[in-house]
Design a protein around this ligand. Structure first.
Ligand code: KG4
Ligand code: ZN
Length: 339
């Protein structure tokens, strides 16, 4: 069979990314233009500025991805693009570009769910991994515990009721003055702090043991900072970072292990930006080992938003004949397809 070469385009938030992936698993190029330095000035992603930067960069990023892959654009089989969930303006830039590209190059267009893309980063990292497996997706916008039953088919066990895990990292980092993006900064600060210094709450949701909630934890950190300031006590930022991170990781690992025990599944994967967190990777790996569960986690470059994961997800849709029409539109609150 001929190789299937997919160009994947990602622009749902603050990364303009494009990649070429062979047969769904082999990265030929993976180009990421991060807007972090721009948004750092404002302490978070400004959607309008993000859209404009995507428009400015997308041509260059796609050309670079095709060039670095060492192929001609006419060798591409299809173009895959994130059409949701995400910020509507940034999504529209990618979707419009991909439609134009598909029309001009006369290749099929494949719309991809961004969360499905994150999950597929595991299929790139581990060439032999195939569904079914459990997957915990933890990013700036999403916290989902799912069973990937088959390609494009999911059972959602739990999701966050309020803030996403990454969002809580970003908000807490801002509150303790570590800046944006919060995840990597808290990860580093926590290494120098005491995770037992402050006993922050671990939320439990009454009617679903797999659901998450992080806004109460964020409020508890804010209250702690306020009470220190009222009492004139100095805040040890490293201790707050370590104690906050311990609470987040505890909840993520506990819910995932409940799913392991209740479903009897023997494989668990992590995905999304927060999957690069050092404590989460280590704790999840240890807990999986104790239970004889195989643990999968993508390299950090595949955890944060990238085009390769979108190309991989597009490949599995393409071979299943799930191709999009030219009426593909951005869907900011797109859900995963449940079985
Ligand atoms: O997957 P991603 O790049 O974008 C979304 O789809 O949201 O995830 C970005 C999120 C941000 O909230 C960022 O703070 C978080 O991932 N993040 C981390 C780490 N690296 C990135 N959170 C915790 N520890 C990290 N090392
Ligand atoms: Zn993402």
């Amino acid at each position: 069979m001929d190789d299937i070469l997919i160009l994947g385009i990602e622009s749902s938030c603050d990364e303009t990314a494009a990649a070429v992936v062979r047969n769904g698993r082999e990265i030929l190029s993976n180009v990421i233009f991060s807007q972090i330095s721009t948004h750092t000035l404002y302490g978070g992603v400004v959607p309008e500025i993000a859209s404009r930067q995507h428009i400015e960069k997308i041509n260059q990023v796609v050309d670079e991805a095709v060039k670095q892959a060492g192929i001609r654009d006419r060798e591409l089989t299809a173009v895959g693009v994130t059409y949701g969930p995400g910020l509507v303006g940034p999504l529209l830039v990618g979707v419009s570009f991909a439609k134009g590209y598909s029309f001009a190059k006369k290749i099929p267009l494949v719309g991809v769910n961004h969360i499905e893309g994150h999950i597929c980063s595991n299929l790139i990292e581990y060439g032999d991994l195939n569904p079914p497996f459990l997957c915990l997706i933890v990013s700036g916008g999403h916290t989902h515990l799912v069973i990937m039953e088959d390609h494009g088919k999911y059972t959602i066990l739990g999701r966050t009721m309020d803030d996403a895990a990454g969002e809580s990292y970003d908000k807490v980092a801002r509150a303790i003055g570590l800046g944006y993006p919060g995840g990597p900064k808290i990860d580093e600060a926590a290494k120098k702090g005491d995770p037992k210094a402050v006993d922050f709450p671990r939320a439990k949701i009454a009617d679903n043991e797999y659901s998450f909630s992080f806004s109460g934890l964020k409020s508890a950190v804010l209250n702690y900072l306020n009470s220190c300031s009222m009492a004139g006590r100095e805040v040890n930022r490293n201790d707050v970072a370590a104690s906050f991170q311990a609470a987040v990781v505890d909840v993520l690992v506990n819910n995932a292990m409940k799913a392991v025990e209740n479903t009897g599944m023997k494989r668990l994967a992590l995905a999304g930006g927060v999957a690069s967190n050092s404590l989460l990777r280590k704790t999840m790996e240890d807990e999986c080992r104790k239970r004889g569960v195989e643990f999968f986690v993508p390299s950090p470059v595949l955890c944060t938003d990238n085009g390769a994961m979108i190309a991989s997800a597009a490949y599995f849709r393409y071979v299943d004949n799930r191709i999009s029409g030219s009426d593909l539109n951005a869907v900011p609150n797109l859900k995963l397809q449940e079985v």
